[in-house]
Each structure stands twice: as structure tokens, then as C-alpha cells.
Design a protein around this ligand. Structure first.
Ligand code: ADP
Length: 532
């Protein structure tokens, strides 16, 4: 089994990509990705990471089985490279490393200031490699390079600096209890955190999970999504370069029912954090309950209403509703996927929303000026086309789109349905694609009832000029985030999570720290109460 310390990684030649029938050998060193003809903005290789290995105990190692699986370019469906296929045995190795690092290693024992310094150094390194990381993310995921480079990687930096700031501000309380006792609470790291992340925002999900867990002194086994395993390995290596001790962050590429399930069931994992579908979230919770009752936080699906009130500036509302749904190819758990429009402005809104979707620039995500790239993979692509079919069959009006875009890769035409009714599948289920469903409403009572009738409760958008309407809706909507006259405004300090079947717990902000802390009450009788 190949095993090398990260700090001493050396160059090697790799046959990597096969494009247009030509095998590309990319020189020494370097797991360098060919920049393909379509790329206008140059990627900046080298990227010296061993993507075909797992990151366990500070080393890149082969999967115990020696198996690998391909990760695909969503623009073409072609293989980018092969990654190690971790399974239960690798999870065992990774958990053992994380356990040892927690029970015996320096990480939970070093000063919070030292931990903070490492996290800050890591943020600096990410910043230095901004464009390479962004390119890797776009390559693996298909999201727009411009957004990867200017939003996602900078947000990763911001999140790590934010949580680095918390590292030396964790403290308990002194409690006034009845009786002659001195009572205090100690906030201690919870131990080994198992973290499972999805493919739609691989880097941000990495940051939301790893940032607070490390700031509070925990160790981690992270399982990446099988569709997007690359960027976590790269930033994981940077984290070790920043000084992270071995075994503190272990990264396993692999599939959900094998590696993911093994992590959820593991008796030595003290806490689980999962982001993904509601369906899989239930499995994760069950596996945790059946093993050692480890606490679980879940960030799951959504069907978020975006409410356009009668006083709305229609042009602005159209643009924001369009963004709320189509951003990231519609692959957002909080996507504004039920566009409720007041009957007084419905016709004007519909005409303009349709025109806006027709204008949407779809194409290679590396090209400047594109607004929409491909969906992540064949499975999601087919799922979206299936929902478009359901939309047509259930009587909604297809205003534009409704088919694949182009002839290769997983591109889908920006699609708009009008006359959508609440009981149609396109208004109830998470489509996770560029399909906007527009529904008409009469008054606030009507829209509150219908917006809340979903089994989900992740987020909502409200577009109005009335403070009174905004105040009413923000309280009436049963969701974890209400965006008023904005959408998808994310910030390291703003908590995120769902009501109902959209999840359990909150991530980001101060709230995420509690996910990774145990509270210990310490009670100490005062021997001479007469002196109090
Ligand atoms: P999606 O359907 O969008 O791919 P999933 O919820 O299936 O969403 O996947 C999110 C993450 O959960 C991925 O990392 C995936 O590998 C993992 N996963 C899938 N199935 C399981 C499972 N049975 N146990 C644990 N993790 C799983």
C-alpha cells in the first residue's frame, strides 16, 4: 500500500486525461488537469495532490481494496480521473486515526490560539491557490468558473477565518444553583466527528462542517460525495501544510451505501453531520440510532417559496426570482422553486420571467459570460427531465425550455412552467434543476397557508415594498431562513438549517459551534457556606 507523508509529496508523471482521442501526459508532478480547448480563463496548475488516494492519518494512501472509481466532467460525461473507492475498511482506518488523534494527539490539547493560527494559515493558503481550487471545483461539478473563483473559494476563506476567530472564544458559564455549591459548565469538544457532504457545493459544505469542528478541537472523518471528490483532497492537503497534526482530518472518497453508511454506524464516531437528500437523511439518522446513538445534525431538502407581493417592482422581482431558482443550475437545497405571484402582477411577471429564462446564457462553465453550466450527472439530468414530463402531464403550461440543451454533457434548457397547482409533483418535490414553477395567489392568508403546506421548511423569499407585509410573512413562514428582498444571501455568521423535513439543527454562525461541543456541568460543594 502506497503511503507517504503529505509534507514530503514528490512529483510524479500521470497519464490523466483523454480528450478527443488524445492521451495527455502532463509532465512531472503533478496531477495536472488538461485545460481543454474550451477553457478561456486559464486554470493554474500544478495541483500536486494524489486524487487516486484517501487522506488518512496525514498521508495519502490507497483504498484497502485497491479499488478506484471515475469522476466525470459534467460538460461531457468523460472521465476526469479515477479516485480511490473507500469502503467500510477504510472508514475503520480513518476513524481509528481520528480517535487516536483525539484521545492522544496534540490537537485538542494545544492552546486555542495555536489552533486558531493553523486555521488562519490555511485560509491564507486557500487564498493563494484561489484560481486552481476554483478550476478544480468547476471541473468536477460543472458550476460556473467565475462563481467558483469569485464567490465559493472566497467564501471558503471567509468561513475559515470566521471559525478561526471563534477558536479562542469558547467558554462555559458559572451557574447560580440552589444550595451551597459552586457550579460551572465546561464546553468540551465532542470527539470524533463523522461528516458526509453532497456534490452541489463541495467546498462550502467542507467549510460549513470542517470549520466549526476544528475550531472547537474535534477530529474528523469526512466522506465526500462520489460525484465531486477532488476539491476536498486538495484543500485537505493545504490544511496539513498549514500545520494540522496527522489524523485530525481524514478524507475518504467513496459511495454512500458503503463508506457513508459505515461512518454512520461506527461505534467510535461521536457525532454525525450530514447534508444531502431527505431520503438519505432518514437512513443516516436510523444508522446513528441503531449503533451508538450519536447525535446527528441534518441539512436536507427543500421546496422554498419565493413570494412576489402585489406592491413589488416587477422587473426586480423577476430578476430575483430567476436568480433564486436558477442559481447553480437550480442545484440548491434552498432554491426558490415555488414562485408564488400575486394575481394583480401575475401576467406581467409571467411574461417577463419567461423572457428572462429565454435570455439565460447556457454553455461551458469555464467560458466568461455564461449563466448556466451542466447539471452534475446523468442521474440528476434524467430526474429533471422526468419532472419536466410530469409537469406537462399534470396540466401545467410549459412556457419555455423543457428539454436538454445541446447534444452532449448534462445541460438542460432553462424551463418555466406557469399555471402550476400546489398538488402537482413539480410544486411538491425537490427537482434540483433549472425548472421554475410559477403559481398565482390571491392574498397573504392564501399564500402563507400554501407556502407552509410543504413537508419541507428550509427557506423562503419575500419580495415586497411594505414593511408590514415583510414583518407578517417573516413570522408566519415556517422555515429556517426568510430572505426579504434578497435571496441566497449567505454569510459565515448567518445560521442555516431547516424546519420540518428540511433537517435538524443549524450550521454556520455561533449555532454550529454547539453541534461540536459537549456541555459538562461541574458541581463543587462549598465547604464553609457561612462565609458566602
Ligand atoms: P443526492 O441524491 O443529491 O446525491 P444523497 O443524499 O444521496 O444526495 O447524497 C449526499 C451524500 O450522502 C453523499 O456523500 C452520498 O454519498 C451520501 N450517502 C448516500 N447514501 C448514503 C447512505 N446510505 N449512508 C450514508 N451516506 C450516504
Amino acid at each position: 500500500m502506497a503511503s507517504r507523508r503529505i509534507s514530503s509529496l514528490v512529483s510524479r508523471s500521470l497519464p490523466l486525461l483523454s480528450r478527443g482521442g488524445q492521451k495527455t501526459y502532463l509532465g512531472r508532478g503533478i496531477h495536472r488537469f488538461s485545460t481543454a480547448a474550451a477553457l478561456e480563463d486559464p486554470i493554474k496548475p500544478p495541483v500536486s495532490v494524489e486524487y487516486d488516494k484517501l487522506l488518512i492519518n496525514g498521508r495519502f494512501v490507497d483504498a484497502a481494496s485497491g479499488k478506484t472509481f471515475p469522476t466525470l466532467d459534467p460538460r461531457t460525461g468523460e472521465v476526469i480521473t479515477h479516485v480511490a473507492e473507500g469502503d467500510a475498511e477504510d472508514i475503520n482506518r480513518a476513524v481509528a486515526a481520528a480517535r487516536k488523534a483525539f484521545d492522544e494527539g496534540p490537537w485538542p490539547r494545544m492552546t486555542a490560539y495555536e489552533r486558531q493560527r493553523i486555521l488562519l494559515r490555511f485560509a491564507d493558503l486557500i487564498e493563494k491557490h484561489n484560481d486552481e481550487i476554483a478550476a478544480l471545483e468547476t471541473w468536477d461539478n460543472g458550476k460556473l468558473y467565475e462563481q467558483s473563483a469569485s464567490i465559493e473559494v472566497p467564501m471558503l476563506v471567509r468561513l475559515f477565518r470566521y471559525y478561526a476567530g471563534w477558536a479562542d472564544k469558547i467558554h462555559g458559564l458559572t451557574v447560580q444553583a440552589d444550595g451551597p455549591h459552586h457550579v460551572q459548565t465546561l464546553h468540551e469538544p465532542i470527539g470524533v466527528a463523522g461528516q458526509i457532504i453532497p456534490w452541489n457545493f463541495p467546498l462550502l459544505m467542507f467549510a460549513w462542517k470542517v470549520g466549526p469542528a476544528l475550531a472547537t478541537g474535534n477530529t474528523i472523518v469526512l466522506k465526500t460525495a462520489e460525484q465531486t471528490p477532488l476539491s476536498a483532497l486538495f484543500v485537505g492537503k493545504l490544511l496539513h501544510e498549514a500545520g494540522l497534526p496527522e489524523g485530525v482530518l481524514n478524507i475518504v472518497s467513496g459511495y454512500g451505501p458503503t463508506a457513508g453508511a459505515a461512518l454512520c454506524s461506527h461505534m467510535d464516531v461521536d457525532k454525525l453531520a450530514f447534508t444531502g437528500s431527505t431520503e438519505t437523511g432518514k437512513v443516516v439518522l436510523e444508522l446513528a440510532a441503531k449503533s451508538n446513538l450519536k447525535p446527528v445534525t441534518l441539512e436536507l431538502g427543500g421546496k422554498s417559496p419565493f413570494i412576489v407581493c402585489e406592491d413589488a417592482d416587477v422587473d426586480k422581482a423577476v430578476e430575483l426570482a430567476h436568480f433564486a431558482l436558477f442559481f447553480n443550475q437550480g442545484q440548491c437545497c434552498c432554491a426558490g422553486s415555488r414562485t408564488y405571484v400575486h394575481e394583480k402582477v401575475y401576467d406581467e411577471f409571467l411574461e417577463k420571467a419567461k423572457a428572462r429564462a429565454i435570455k439565460r446564457a447556457v454553455g461551458d462553465p469555464f467560458k466568461a459570460g455564461m449563466e448556466q453550466g451542466p447539471q452534475i450527472d446523468e442521474e440528476q439530468f434524467q430526474k429533471i427531465l422526468k419532472y419536466i414530463k410530469y409537469g406537462k402531464e399534470s396540466g401545467a403550461t410549459l412556457e419555455t425550455g423543457g428539454d436538454r440543451f445541446g447534444t452532449k454533457g448534462y445541460y438542460i434548457q432553462p424551463t418555466v412552467f406557469s399555471n402550476v397547482k400546489d398538488d402537482m409533483p413539480i410544486a411538491q418535490d425537490e427537482i434540483f434543476g433549472p425548472v421554475q414553477s410559477i403559481l398565482k395567489f390571491k392574498d397573504l392568508g392564501d399564500v402563507v397557508r400554501r407556502a407552509n403546506s410543504s413537508r419541507y421548511g428550509l427557506a423562503a423569499g419575500v419580495f415586497t415594498q411594505s414593511l408590514d407585509t415583510a414583518n407578517t410573512l417573516m413570522r408566519a413562514l415556517r422555515v429556517g431562513t426568510v430572505w426579504i428582498n434578497c435571496f441566497d444571501t449567505f454569510d459565515a455568521a448567518i445560521p442555516f438549517g431547516g424546519y420540518k423535513m428540511s433537517g435538524i439543527g443549524r450550521e454556520k454562525g455561533i449555532y454550529s459551534l454547539t453541534n461540536y461541543l459537549q456541555v459538562k456541568a461541574v458541581v463543587n460543594p462549598v465547604t464553609n457556606p457561612a462565609w458566602l
